[in-house]
Design a binder for this molecule. Structure first.
Ligand code: THU
Length: 139
């Protein structure tokens, strides 16, 4: 694996230690790599009403966007699950909208890594392009 990706996986592991998951006890860490080499990490943060919970991936990308980052290369996600942790549907849409077709690295509880593109995870995605087309048709 590329050295930059190894560093990303380590950052996701560190972020997992900060997971706030008192309800599910499912701890997740994410680390997002920007095109200029910066890393933004995030963990899942659970809320007592459950639905307001935010996944590690969205914590990381919202942090990055709010710091002014707009271009990304990859995101790594770590959990303790022996199986790989794929992103939920909401995170797939958010990542595709804000980061595009980046690499998504899943690291399972045994340390194995699987890399999938965002296009593979969310084929035929809805996006800004669809809204632009609708606008053109109306005018
Ligand atoms: N979770 C993530 O943070 N990322 C994922 O990719 C899957 C699920 C979190 C949300 C919730 O806090 C817990 O894992 C159980 O769903």
């Amino acid at each position: 694996m590329k050295a930059q990706y190894l560093e990303l996986v380590e950052a996701a592991r560190r972020a997992k230690r900060r997971a706030f998951a008192p309800y599910s006890h499912f701890h997740v860490g994410a680390a997002l790599l920007s095109s200029n080499g910066r890393i933004y990490s995030g963990c899942n943060v659970e809320i007592s009403t459950y639905a307001l919970t935010i996944c590690a991936e969205r914590t990381a990308i919202f942090k990055a966007i709010s710091e002014g980052e707009r271009n990304f290369k990859a995101i790594a996600v770590v959990s303790d699950d022996p199986d790989f942790t794929p992103p939920c549907g909401a995170c797939r849409q958010v990542l595709m909208d804000l980061a595009g077709n980046i690499d998504f690295l899943m690291i399972n509880g045994k340390g194995a890594v699987k890399v999938l593109s965002m296009k593979t995870l969310l084929p035929h995605a809805f996006g800004k392009k669809n809204l632009t087309r609708t606008k053109q048709h109306k005018t």
